[in-house]
Design a protein around this ligand. Structure first.
Ligand code: AFP
Length: 314
C-alpha cells in the first residue's frame, strides 16, 4: 500500500485534502469527499446542540424522522449538489433518486445520520457515504470508487477508502480532519462479535455460528449503531458484526445501498470480508433503492466460518 505519511512528517500534519492529493486521487473525487467532510462539521454541531424532537415526517421505511435526521439530510444534500460533480444522489431519508446534473461524474448514496435514534441516549451515531462513477445508483457494490463514514462519538473521526487502503482521520479543535491511521488492516480472526437482530429468530446455522463464537470466548460488543460497531471492528482490527437473515425475515434489516455496500467496500479494503452468509455483499445486483440484505462482516476467517455453517444448516 502507498503510504503518504513520509518519515519525519507527523501524521497529524496531514489533512484530508493533502492525503487525497498525495495519493494523486482524481480531483473531482477529492472535491466530493472533502464536501462530505465539510458537511460533517455542520452535522456534528447539530448533534451536539440541535433539536432532538421528531420532524413529523417519515422515511421510505415508515420510520419517524427525527429533526436531526432531516437536518443532516439537508446539510449533506446541499453540499453534494454544491460540489458540481454529482449526477444523482439518494438519501436513506428520502423516497426517490434526485437527478442533480446529467453531466455529473458520480452517483452518491448516503445515510446522513445512521442510528439517529441513539442520539437522545447519547450513544455514537454516524454518516455513511457510497460513491459510484456515473449516474446509475443501482450498481453492484464492487463498482464503488469510494466509500466513507464519519463517526460522531467521543471523538469525531472520518474513515475513507478510494480503493487504495483505508485511512482514518480525526477532527481537531479547528474542525479540520488530520490523519491518525493509514492503511488500516483487519486480522484474519477476531475476539469480539456484534450480533444484531432477535436471537430467538436466528436460523439454525446462525445460532450454531454464534454459539461457536461464544465457546471460543468471543466477547459481545453491540451498540445498536452500525457505524460505531463497524468502526470497532475496523480500528481494533478484530471481530465480526452480523445482522443475519431471520426466520421471519430472510432479508435482514440493513440497507444495501446506504449501509452494506460502503461498509463492505471499506472492510474488504482493510483485508476483511463481507457476506450475506451465502454471497459476497459487493456482488449483489441491486433490484431497488430500498434493497436490504443479511450481513456477516469483519475478520475473513470469522465470515468464512459463518458461511460454512449457513451452507450446512441454513
Ligand atoms: P436507525 O438508523 O433506524 O436507528 O437503525 C440503525 C440501524 O440501521 C443500524 O445502525 C444498526 O446496526 C441497526 O439498525 C440496529 O438494529 P436493531 O435496533 O434491530 O439492533
Amino acid at each position: 500500500m502507498t503510504a503518504v505519511s513520509e518519515p519525519g512528517t507527523t501524521k497529524l500534519q496531514i489533512d484530508l485534502r493533502r492525503h487525497l492529493r498525495e495519493l494523486d486521487e482524481d480531483r473531482d473525487l477529492t472535491r466530493l469527499i472533502c464536501e462530505v467532510a465539510d458537511a460533517s462539521k455542520y452535522i456534528v454541531n447539530s448533534i451536539r446542540t440541535g433539536d432532538l424532537g421528531v420532524a413529523g415526517t417519515s422515511n421510505l421505511y415508515g420510520e419517524d424522522q427525527l429533526a436531526l435526521d432531516v437536518l443532516s439530510d439537508r446539510i449533506l444534500r446541499k453540499r453534494l449538489i454544491h460540489s458540481g460533480v454529482v449526477a444523482t444522489i439518494l438519501s436513506e431519508e428520502t423516497n426517490e433518486v434526485i437527478e442533480v446534473d446529467p453531466n455529473g461524474k458520480f452517483s452518491v448514496a448516503f445515510d446522513p445520520l445512521d442510528g439517529s435514534s441513539l442520539v437522545d441516549v447519547n450513544l455514537a451515531v454516524g454518516t455513511i457515504v457510497s460513491i459510484c462513477r456515473g449516474g446509475n445508483l443501482l450498481q453492484p457494490g464492487r463498482e464503488q470508487v469510494a466509500a466513507m463514514y464519519i463517526l460522531y462519538g467521543p471523538r469525531t473521526t472520518l474513515v475513507y477508502s478510494t480503493g487504495r487502503g483505508v485511512h482514518e482521520f480525526q477532527m481537531n479543535h479547528l474542525m479540520e480532519y488530520t490523519l491518525t491511521t493509514e492503511n488500516v488492516r483487519i486480522k484474519p480472526s477476531g475476539r469480539i462479535y456484534s450480533p444484531g437482530g432477535q436471537r430467538n429468530l436466528y436460523t439454525e446455522g446462525t445460532e450454531k455460528y454464534v454459539s461457536s463464537l461464544e465457546e471460543k470466548g468471543y466477547k459481545l460488543r453491540y451498540s445498536g449503531g452500525f457505524v460505531p460497531d463497524i468502526n470497532q471492528v475496523m480500528m481494533k482490527g478484530t471481530g465480526i458484526f452480523l445482522y443475519p437473515h431471520l426466520r421471519d425475515n430472510p432479508h435482514g434489516k440493513l440497507r444495501l445501498l446506504f449501509e452494506l455496500n460502503p461498509m463492505a467496500f471499506l472492510i474488504e479494503q482493510a483485508g476483511g470480508k463481507a457476506s450475506t452468509g451465502k454471497q459476497r455483499i459487493l456482488d449483489i445486483e441491486p433490484q431497488g433503492i430500498d434493497d436490504r440484505a443479511p450481513v456477516f462482516i469483519g475478520c475473513r476467517e470469522d465470515v468464512e466460518t459463518a458461511e460454512e455453517l449457513i451452507a450446512r444448516y441454513g
